[in-house]
Ligand binder design. Structure first.
Ligand code: AP5
Length: 213
């Protein structure tokens, strides 16, 4: 059983690393952002409630997000563990998670603000499989086409610069304080996110191997 949180500000590289770790360990990536975008695309009742939050970069209501996570981690593919990507993001969510389960390790990706804006604005995602690319740091082989599944690459609506800056502000105010919460619990490790994708990945692998699981 291995339960990890991939933590960090918007566009730090959480999804990129979660996808690789998911393959390495055969554990599902549980991304609240992906689940919410899927709900919006499928026009579900949840999607209708959450769309305005996603569009403006505000956080969705805790009760709704916590329920989404509870439903997801109770599925059979999570029985051997999972990688949380984008959850928890408020103190309320962190406290609910504490009630639900014990987390082995929080991998906290640290990146400076301007690089985060650049990474977000240059990001492209696959409409079909959610694979993550970047027009400069991680381009696909063929422009606009996913290397993995051939799906169309699109820019997320919330990756416009003004919305990105708002997401960073929301992170500073509501999510960054969780780092102190994890430090008190003693299960967080800082990862230098200024390194390339491989460099970040090897730091994470090193930290996970130390868990001796
Ligand atoms: P969410 O989808 O979680 O967005 P986020 O936290 O802002 O994170 P991102 O997906 O933007 O970035 P990432 O860290 O995964 O980076 P990525 O790997 O893509 O949430 C979206 C919205 O949903 C929120 O604003 C909110 O409204 C709502 N929401 C979600 N969770 C919620 C919750 N718990 N509570 C309430 N509301 C919630 O990489 C970014 C780019 O950088 C890519 O182009 C990538 O190729 C590139 N890159 C990655 N690593 C590197 C590297 N090492 N070097 C250079 N480039 C890199």
């Amino acid at each position: 059983m291995l339960k990890l949180i991939i933590f960090g500000p918007p566009s730090a590289g959480k999804g990129t690393q979660a996808q690789r770790l998911s393959k390495e360990y055969g554990l599902p990536q549980v991304s609240t952002g992906d689940l919410l975008r899927e709900a919006v695309a499928k026009q579900t009742p949840l999607g209708a409630k959450i769309k305005s939050y996603l569009d403006t970069g505000k956080l969705g209501p805790d009760d709704l997000i916590v329920q989404l996570i509870k439903d997801r981690v109770s599925k059979p593919d999570c029985s051997k563990g999972y990688l949380l990507d984008g959850f928890p993001r408020t103190m309320g969510q962190a406290k609910e998670l504490d009630k639900m389960t014990d987390i082995d390790l929080v991998l906290n990706i640290v990146v400076d603000l301007e690089s985060l804006v650049e990474r977000a604005v240059g990001r492209r995602i696959c409409k079909k499989c959610n694979a993550v690319y970047n027009v400069t740091s991680n381009p696909p082989k063929k422009t606009g086409v996913c290397d993995k599944c051939g799906g169309e690459l699109i820019q997320r609506d919330d990756d416009k610069e003004a919305t990105v800056r708002n997401r960073l502000k929301v992170y500073q105010e509501q999510t960054a304080p969780l780092i102190e919460h994890f430090r008190k619990k003693g299960n967080i490790v800082d990862i230098d996110g200024s390194k390339g994708i491989d460099g970040v990945y090897s730091q994470m692998m090193g930290a996970i191997k130390k868990l001796d699981k």
